[in-house]
Design a protein around this ligand. Structure first.
Ligand code: PMV
Length: 344
């Protein structure tokens, strides 16, 4: 992925690793933080890791660097985005001395548009950086570290259906994700509908703080989350698709509802978002079990079973303003890619 540097004489060899992680889409949403400094969630959440949206990241700690370098999709990144990566790397760097890294990352989907690029991004960065630093962390610990980059990244460490737990202590010991079912457990589909390519207007952290401070529904949201999580665990154990879909859609609207009720109101949707939502309701009224979810952006994700994909594609083809579709299956856990595999 990146240009290999020549090692001259007495320099230490660079310590490098490449990892891939897939995005995940929350079925029971995470919205709200109980600590900003440790990035601790105010609620647990449940997600599906998706196979089609992924980030590949190579991290090389090099003694010759005077600061961290970050390249995303072939472009050098500067300013706050580079600083976010840099302060995250402070959690992982080899401790014997200050060592900076070259980070080269590629997303195969739009960045920062409500398609969970921070989830796959920070999960891949955590795995690659920790391995490059010589650490072989357990998944639980990888998840705890990834969480500090982005809450949803804690879930992208695992494949399939994943639960992020809200811990009880201020040190974040209990705030990590766990697998509920791996990617082969249930042949689900998520149709990811791109309705706009631009970055989101209000980032998730800002949106969460704003909703907590001003939305009258925020405390209700927090209070009801344990019951929603339990109902979702049950739906997964029973493979009850209708229940899975209803709970998914409800959690999404509860989250967006509380944002809309914030002061000033936070609305992430565009006209195409609403058209897709209405189309899915129309399909349901025709007996097609399809359910929507949306994150901090205008994109819509449609949860369904494989048998209905053609009907859904057909229905969406009537909305001309849709930019792109991905048909996603449950995706795999984050993993290290060996150089041999990378070249293949
Ligand atoms: O991981 P963050 O801080 O970008 O927050 C993610 C928030 C949502 O995507 C809206 C919900 C979720 O659970 O992924």
């Amino acid at each position: 992925m990146k240009h290999q540097k020549q090692n001259s004489g007495n320099e230490r060899p660079e310590r490098s690793a490449t990892a891939v992680a897939h995005a995940n889409i929350a079925l029971i949403k995470y919205w709200g933080k109980r600590s900003l400094s440790r990035n601790l969630p105010a609620v647990g959440s449940i997600s599906m890791t998706v196979d089609s949206l992924k980030t590949e990241t190579e991290v090389s700690f090099e003694d010759t660097l005077e600061q961290d370098h970050f390249e995303l999709n072939g472009k050098k990144v500067k300013g706050p985005a580079r600083e976010r990566v840099s302060s995250f790397l402070d959690l992982i760097r080899p401790t014997e001395r200050e060592t900076y890294a070259e980070v080269v990352s590629t997303n195969n989907f739009p960045t920062g548009a409500g398609l969970a690029s921070s989830a796959s991004g920070f999960a891949a960065l955590t795995l690659a950086a920790s391995r490059a630093a010589g650490q072989h962390l357990k998944k639980k610990d990888l998840s705890r570290v990834a969480r500090q980059g982005s809450g949803s990244a804690a879930r992208s460490v695992y494949g399939g259906l994943v639960e992020m737990k809200r811990g009880a202590t201020p040190d974040g010991k209990g705030d990590y994700a766990e697998t509920l079912a791996d990617e082969d457990y249930w042949d689900l589909r998520l149709v990811v509908v791109l309705t706009a390519e631009d970055g989101k207007e209000v980032g998730s952290t800002q949106g969460m703080i704003h909703a907590a401070e001003t939305s009258p529904f925020y405390s209700k949201w927090i209070d009801e989350q344990p019951a929603d999580l339990e109902a979702m665990r049950q739906a997964i154990v029973q493979k009850n698709f209708e229940k899975l879909g209803e709970l998914t859609e409800r959690s999404c609207f509860k989250m967006h509802g509380l944002m809309m009720a914030a002061q000033p109101s936070l609305l992430y949707w565009n006209p195409t978002t609403v058209m897709v939502v209405q189309k899915v309701r129309e399909l349901r009224s025709q007996g097609i079990p399809a359910y929507i979810t949306m994150d901090a952006g205008p994109q819509v994700k449609i949860l369904c079973l494989p048998a209905w994909i053609d009907n859904i594609k057909q229905a969406l083809s009537t909305i001309n303003s849709i930019k792109k579709l991905w048909i996603c299956k449950p995706g795999p856990a984050a993993e290290i890619i060996s150089r041999e595999k990378e070249k293949a």
